[in-house]
Design a protein around this ligand. Structure first.
Ligand code: ADE
Length: 225
C-alpha cells in the first residue's frame, strides 16, 4: 500500500511512522508513506494556503488551488483508490472502515486545518470523509496518524501470529477478553485458574465468555451491529 499524506505540518506527523509496527511495515516494504507539504504547492511568495471566508466570519479556509495542484500531480503519477479528508464532520472511524481501507492499493489523506477546506475540494476530489470522534482537534494530522495506525496494522503481513489483529477488540464486534502474564500471583491477586490449566478448549471458552460479558457491560450497543 502507498499512502500520500497532504499536510501543512509534515514534521508533526512523522514520528509515529518511525517506531514499532509502522516502522517495521515500511521496512518490510508492505507500506510506503509519502508526505507532501501543502505550502510547496502555494502560488504566492508567502507560501500561504488559506484565505478569509466569503460571507465573513472568524477563521481562515484552506484554498482549493494548492490542494488541486497537489492531488492532480499525484493522480497523474498513479491511480488512487481513495482520497480521504480528515474532518470532525466525517464518518466516525471504526474497525470496519479500517478493515476496508487496509485492502486498498493507493490512498491520499488530506489533513484539514483552520475552519477546514473550501467546500469545492470536498465536492470535487474527496471520496471519503473520516472523523476519529466527536471532538475537535487543532488539525487533521493527529487524526490521520490514528487512521494510518489502525489501517496499516491490518495489512496482511504487517503483524505476525503473536500480534495477530484477529483477536483485537471490535474485530468481531466484541471487546477483547482480559489478559494476564507472570507472576501468577501478585500481592494476593491471582490469575484465573483456567488460564494456568493447559486445557485449551476450556481457555478458549473462558475467553469467549469474558469477551461477551465485557461487551455486555461496557458496550451493549455493539450487539446491535
Ligand atoms: N480534524 C479536527 N478534528 C478532527 C476529528 N475529530 N477527526 C478527524 N479530523 C479532525
Amino acid at each position: 500500500m502507498r499512502i500520500d499524506i497532504i499536510t501543512v505540518l509534515p514534521e508533526l506527523m512523522q514520528s509515529p511512522f518511525n517506531d514499532s509496527i509502522l516502522k517495521r511495515a515500511q521496512e518490510k516494504g508492505i507500506v510506503e508513506v509519502h508526505f507532501h507539504n501543502l505550502r510547496d504547492y502555494s502560488t504566492n511568495k508567502q507560501r500561504s494556503i488559506d484565505d478569509y471566508q466569503f460571507g465573513g466570519g472568524a477563521g481562515m479556509v484552506m484554498m482549493i488551488e494548492p490542494i488541486d495542484s497537489c492531488i492532480s500531480k499525484l493522480k497523474s503519477e498513479r491511480n488512487y483508490d481513495e482520497v480521504i479528508y480528515m474532518t470532525p464532520d466525517g464518518n466516525t472511524l471504526n474497525q470496519g472502515i479500517a478493515n476496508t481501507l487496509s485492502l486498498k492499493e493507493n490512498i491520499i489523506i488530506l489533513c484539514g486545518h483552520y475552519k477546514g477546506v473550501d467546500q469545492r475540494v470536498r465536492d470535487l476530489f474527496i471520496t471519503r470523509e473520516i472523523s476519529i470522534g466527536d471532538f475537535v482537534l487543532s488539525g487533521g494530522e493527529l487524526a490521520a496518524n490514528v487512521l494510518c495506525d489502525a489501517v496499516i496494522r491490518l495489512i496482511p503481513g504487517v503483524l505476525n501470529n503473536e500480534t495477530s489483529a484477529l483477536t483485537d477488540s471490535f474485530q468481531d464486534n466484541l471487546l477483547a477478553p482480559p489478559v494476564y502474564t507472570r507472576p501468577a500471583e501478585y500481592k494476593g491477586s491471582k490469575v484465573p485458574d483456567v488460564l494456568l490449566s493447559g486445557n485449551f478448549p476450556k481457555i478458549e471458552e473462558w475467553r469467549e465468555n469474558q469477551a461477551f460479558q465485557r461487551t455486555k457491560e461496557r458496550r451493549p450497543d455493539l450487539f446491535n451491529k
